[in-house]
Design a protein around this ligand. Structure first.
Ligand code: ADP
Ligand code: MG
Length: 290
């Protein structure tokens, strides 16, 4: 049974836009020493902007490259896809797109005007034996290939949320000893964000199932010490990680319905600092209870 005052804690949290689905989760928060975060949409705004369009040869213009990528990405709800479709301002209705397949942590493949087009990261290209340049870009690289031939790349970038660094700092003040970034994005971008925000550990280039495996490791290390692990995500591909964490926390605004469903706690306004606030409320409630 759960002490009655934890219900008071739930009320206090809800007044701050933090929905806690049961008093057991509020109690669990007091034992959380490790917090893992998704990057896109959780610690960053989740709104990418295109900052580079680089066709591989003069045979293709930047606009043509962007149009091709946008045609393939138009059905995808991934924030990277949305940014590419937004950046291409022209009409896509005359482009014949079929056989769309989206692969989490990779990108999208489709048939466009009879040609096989792959749009995605280095992993997606490797999976199709497509060679891409290994020169760095100032953001997340979206490669484009036509009939197994690399034709160019688009660079997209996202910004940390304004309160993200402060949120990490406050968590440490609340007794969280380990903060971890779990992301499918590349090592360079992940490392930069990790450093900017003061995260203790960065795990990059993870597929959704690999995020679950890292989460399983984290809980295995924490439980013998009577500690718990929280995961905060916006839920695009991350529902299994939310379910695997001791306390799964979803961003309610950007988050998918599946994520909100799978989560134990929902942060309505998507501010990562609300997690620290929830932990503060949990500790405070526990002091009153005991
Ligand atoms: P995160 O862990 O940042 O939430 P995801 O697992 O959603 O990232 O995606 C990981 C990576 O997979 C992205 O950084 C991107 O390189 C690639 N990717 C996923 N979906 C798409 C898409 N629709 N178009 C292009 N690239 C994609
Ligand atoms: Mg994600």
């Amino acid at each position: 049974s759960v002490p009655l005052s934890f219900f008071g804690g739930i009320g206090a949290a809800s007044r701050h836009g933090i929905l806690i689905k049961g008093s057991n989760f509020l109690e669990a928060l007091t034992a959380v020493k490790t917090v893992a975060f998704d990057k896109t949409g959780t610690l960053t705004r989740g709104q990418f902007t295109v900052n580079g369009v680089e066709p591989a040869t003069a045979a293709m213009s930047g606009t043509d490259l962007l149009k091709l990528a946008a045609a393939v990405e138009q059905q995808s709800t991934h924030p990277i896809a949305r940014s590419i479709v937004t950046a291409y301002e022209g009409d896509l209705s005359q482009v014949a797109v079929s056989d769309l397949t989206e692969k989490a942590g990779h990108g999208v493949t489709a048939t466009v005007d009879g040609q096989t087009v792959v749009v995605g990261n280095a992993k997606a290209m490797a999976a199709h034996q497509i060679t891409v340049p290994d020169t760095e870009t100032l953001g997340t690289t979206v490669n484009v290939a036509v009939n197994s031939q690399y034709v160019g790349r688009i660079t997209v970038a996202d910004q940390p949320k304004p309160d993200a660094a402060k949120a990490i700092q406050t968590l440490k003040q609340e007794g969280v000893t380990q903060t971890v970034l779990l992301t499918g994005d590349n090592r360079v971008i992940a490392g930069t964000i990790g450093q900017q925000l003061g995260l203790d550990r960065v795990e990059a280039e993870l597929l959704p199932e690999q995020k679950v495996a890292v989460m399983a490791d984290l809980t295995e290390q924490a439980h013998p010490q009577h500690q718990k692990v929280a995961f905060v995500g916006d839920g695009i591909n991350d529902t299994p990680v939310l379910a695997r964490a001791d306390v799964g926390i979803a961003m309610g605004g950007l988050g998918s319905d599946a994520a909100i469903e799978a989560a134990d706690i929902v942060i309505m306004d998507d501010q990562p600092s609300k997690l620290a606030q929830a932990i503060t409320i949990a500790h405070h409630t526990k002091r009153i209870v005991w």
